[in-house]
Design a protein around this ligand. Structure first.
Ligand SMILES: Nc1ncnc2c1ncn2[C@@H]1O[C@H](COP(=O)(O)OP(=O)(O)O)[C@@H](O)[C@H]1O
Ligand SMILES: [Mg+2]
Length: 253
């Protein structure tokens, strides 16, 4: 058996009275794309933020290449090869598209890069992935939700080295923009050297691009199967059953 590139073992995370994650055990193989699905509030973003060094887990452990790591910060996780596209994006509204593309990355990867080169590279990257942003010098505050999302994904895709965590990268997008981003993820997967965890709500898309799917319910992983062994019907049934339980027992978590 090949070694998992990333593992969470029995991870728990609470926010005051709210238990966001309980006893989460998750594995990600080298080059694997894992789809993470679950209702709003299930704990998906908390799990991503725990794996990328933003939150410290209250219990359990995180392992990279089989070695336990204590992630001190997002920067520390990034230095170990974990890059993230956050649900809340983390673009700086007042900065231009191209500045955002290289934010927190210019110093690390391109120490001598000048503005003109950054503008050219930003244009080139966005063009390559088929994202149409006419002017990379405009502030991102002036762009649509879909365009902002595309920039956030593009910059992580170009800097990702080993593990890329994507929290709802298609959320603000129309069908066409979404398809472009999914193509980008498929291209990255075809390279074979980057493992990904992808949170997407559309199960057809999950089955399309992911190798395996995990369902998170009330902070616990309740389902783990290769996508080849599940179906749209099975995934939909799981969620319908959860909805029915919620209707019968409102307020019970
Ligand atoms: N920083 C936080 N402080 C307090 N509660 C939080 C925080 N982040 C998440 N939560 C709570 O944890 C639970 C899981 O949230 P989240 O991980 O955002 O779910 P999901 O991404 O699956 O919608 C929710 O009840 C949410 O309100
Ligand atoms: Mg979320």
């Amino acid at each position: 058996m090949t070694e998992d590139i990333l593992r969470a073992e029995n991870v728990g995370k609470r926010f005051g009275p709210v238990t966001a994650l309980r006893d989460v055990t998750l594995r990600l193989g080298p080059g694997e794309v894992l789809g993470l699905i679950g209702d709003n509030g299930a704990g998906k973003s908390t799990l991503i933020k725990t794996l990328c060094g933003f939150h410290r887990p209250d219990s359990g452990r995180i392992l990279i290449d089989g070695e336990e790591v204590h992630l001190r910060s997002v920067g520390h996780a990034r230095s170990l090869g974990i890059d993230t596209v956050y649900q809340d994006l983390a673009l700086v509204d007042q900065l231009s598209v191209y500045h955002n593309m290289f934010l927190n990355r210019e110093v690390v990867r391109w120490p001598f890069l000048r503005n003109r080169a950054m503008r050219r590279l930003a244009r080139q990257h966005l063009e390559e992935i088929g994202v149409n942003i006419p002017d990379v010098t405009v502030e991102v505050a002036r762009l649509s939700g879909g365009q902002r999302q595309a920039i956030a994904v593009a910059r992580s895709v170009y800097s990702a080295r080993r593990i890329l965590l994507l929290d709802e990268p298609l959320a603000a997008m129309g069908a066409k923009e979404g398809a472009q981003i999914l193509n980008l993820i498929a291209d990255l997967k075809a390279r074979g050297d980057i493992a990904m965890i992808l949170i997407v709500h559309n199960y057809a898309q999950v089955l399309d691009v992911c190798d395996r799917v995990n369902l998170l319910q009330h902070g616990t992983i309740t389902f783990d199967k290769p996508t080849a062994e599940t179906s749209l019907d099975e995934l939909t049934d799981l969620v319908v059953a959860e909805y029915r339980r919620g209707r019968l027992n409102p307020g019970v978590r």
